[in-house]
Design a protein. Structure first.
Length: 127
């Protein structure tokens, strides 16, 4: 099976030894996105909601670069430095997804790169 690297300048450039996403067959594996502005590569200003929106926008850019949409996401992982923000994640997620929602995990972590409060990765299936 061949692998294709997915890359877009509408999402932050990889800041390590990884790709924004890899397509293998009809499956796309999305790397974690934190709330970096893709133009400045700086953490977005604002509260937790602003960070969450930026993460979804970054994911959306990579998903669209792969030829898909949020409707194609089958698994979403959400990493939070404070699980008290879980309700806000649900609220913001409702702006981007419609039923049937993807399978999902919300994981509390001690810290995230660059001091982010939220990071998300996922898997989508095209076609």
């Amino acid at each position: 099976m061949s692998k294709t690297v997915i890359n877009t300048d509408k999402a932050p450039a990889a800041i390590g030894t990884y790709s924004q996403a890899i397509k293998a067959g009809d499956t796309v594996y999305l790397s974690g996105q934190i709330p970096l502005d893709p133009t400045t590569m700086e953490l977005v200003e604002g509260d937790f909601e602003a960070q969450t929106v930026r993460v979804f926008e970054n994911l959306k850019a990579v998903v669209e670069a792969s030829g898909g949409s949020f409707a194609d996401i089958v698994k979403l992982n959400i990493f939070l430095t404070d699980l008290a923000h879980f309700a806000k994640v649900n609220e913001v997620m409702g702006r981007y997804f419609a039923q049937p929602y993807p399978a999902r995990a919300a994981i509390g972590v001690a810290s995230l790169p660059r001091g982010a409060q939220v990071e998300m990765d996922g898997i989508l299936v095209l076609g």
